[in-house]
Design a protein around this ligand. Structure first.
Ligand code: PLP
Length: 379
């Protein structure tokens, strides 16, 4: 894994342990975008069909990442857009209920609250302090008015990984749609929309996938796509989109959610980022991150710092959040001043290493924490 470090110049300046926020991109990603921009400058739009071939390839890569078909993937700008496409495409009836994990990142809450104007009620699936909720807890909330359940695969604050296989099974038994905000798991946790019975999955690509901000994916199962209305419409919505005579025959697959000219640079970046993920192997990435987090857990526990993140198989993810006694915000600022890049979330320190991080990187973090707790730097 270490050999990949040279692809990430950010590591020369910082101990970067913050991939659950906005992650650095690799030199492969920046080269893909630079080459494309060069072609924009020299050829304008003359390479359009070349771009579209690459879009097709990247769609195939994205589909492979979650075990879907390429036609079930739409490119979006971010997670919020994907979730909004789902929320605005369902033929809601007054009194319908959506169950949503809570607390959660607002991207997975506001699109559902926005349905209040249609008479749709949002009921929260409440997490415990460590982010956990069980499928049994959800079962108790089910009534015949529940139409959709939307959860984050991984909680942005605690790192709790939802048991999507059991939740998908429950949803199928009850005839409820399952929607997943997967931004905190794509690129770390192997995902399988078919095996788990997921109907919709949305994610941005600027975290664990390490692509440039402003590109995302939306998966809509082919079983449901016909019933999900396309709320944004443009020239690309239709079959034979390059025939500009008016023929409003919308596409039958998830490409109908892409209304116009695409974010080609973002898609090229995503293609290079996905190729890197497949070169390394998603299981290898996960295992490496888990072993780094195991080490960090042991060291923090030795220091009597409280790790809030679940660490058991099936509930853990790439995120490890902990609390120091006293003021976490002050510790956070101290870490950043010392070039240790982590986040402060829910008043805790959130660490999110990636596959190329090393034991030495964790050593740097622990060294600065020790300096802080010994108090010598705070006089
Ligand atoms: C769970 C979750 N969803 C969504 C987002 C981001 O949403 P978007 O891709 O719309 O910017 C984040 C983090 O920024 C997040 O942690």
């Amino acid at each position: 894994m270490k050999r990949y470090r040279s692809l990430f110049p950010v590591l020369k300046k910082f101990t970067f342990l913050n991939h659950a926020a906005t992650a650095p991109v690799s030199l492969r990603v920046s080269k893909a975008v630079e080459d494309l921009c060069k072609s924009f400058t020299e050829y304008g739009g003359l390479h359009y069909s070349r771009w579209m071939n690459r879009v097709k390839e990247v769609r195939e890569l994205a589909a492979r990442l979650i075990n879907s078909k390429p036609g079930e993937i739409a490119f979006t700008g971010n997670t919020s857009e994907g979730l909004s496409i789902v929320a605005s495409g369902i033929n809601w009836q007054p009194g319908d209920v959506v169950l949503v994990s809570y607390p959660d990142f607002p991207a997975n809450i506001y699109p559902w609250l926005n349905l209040k104007r249609l008479g749709v009620k949002v009921i929260y699936i409440k997490r415990k302090e460590n982010g956990v909720f069980k499928v049994d807890d959800i079962e108790k909330l089910i009534t015949n008015r529940v139409r959709l359940i939307s959860v984050s695969s991984v909680d942005f604050s605690t790192g709790f990984l939802c048991d999507l296989a059991s939740l998908g099974k429950l949803c199928k038994e009850e005839g409820i749609l399952l929607c997943v905000d997967a931004i905190q798991s794509l690129g770390v946790i192997p995902m399988d929309v078919k095996e788990w019975g997921i109907d919709f999955l949305a994610a941005g690509a600027h975290k664990w996938l390490q692509s440039i901000p402003g590109t995302g994916l939306l998966y809509v199962s082919e079983k449901i796509v016909e019933r999900l209305a396309h709320s944004k419409v443009g020239w690309k919505t239709v079959e034979d989109e390059e025939d500009f005579s008016i023929h409003f025959v919308p596409k039958q697959n998830s490409e109908k959610f892409e209304p116009g000219t695409m974010n080609i640079a973002g898609i090229y970046a995503l293609g290079a980022a996905l190729e890197l993920v497949f070169d390394i192997g998603i299981e290898n990435i996960r295992n490496r991150i888990f072993s780094l987090n195991d080490l960090l857990f042991r060291e923090l526990t030795k220091r009597n710092l409280t790790v809030v993140s679940p660490m058991e198989a099936g509930s853990r993810s790439g995120i490890l959040s902990f609390s120091a006694s006293g003021n976490n915000e002050r510790l956070y600022r101290y870490l950043v001043e010392n070039n240790i890049i982590v986040s402060l979330r829910s008043e805790r320190i959130r660490v999110s290493p990636h596959f190329y991080n090393t034991e030495e990187d964790l050593g740097n973090l622990l060294f600065v924490i020790d300096k802080y707790t010994s108090g010598t730097e705070l006089q």
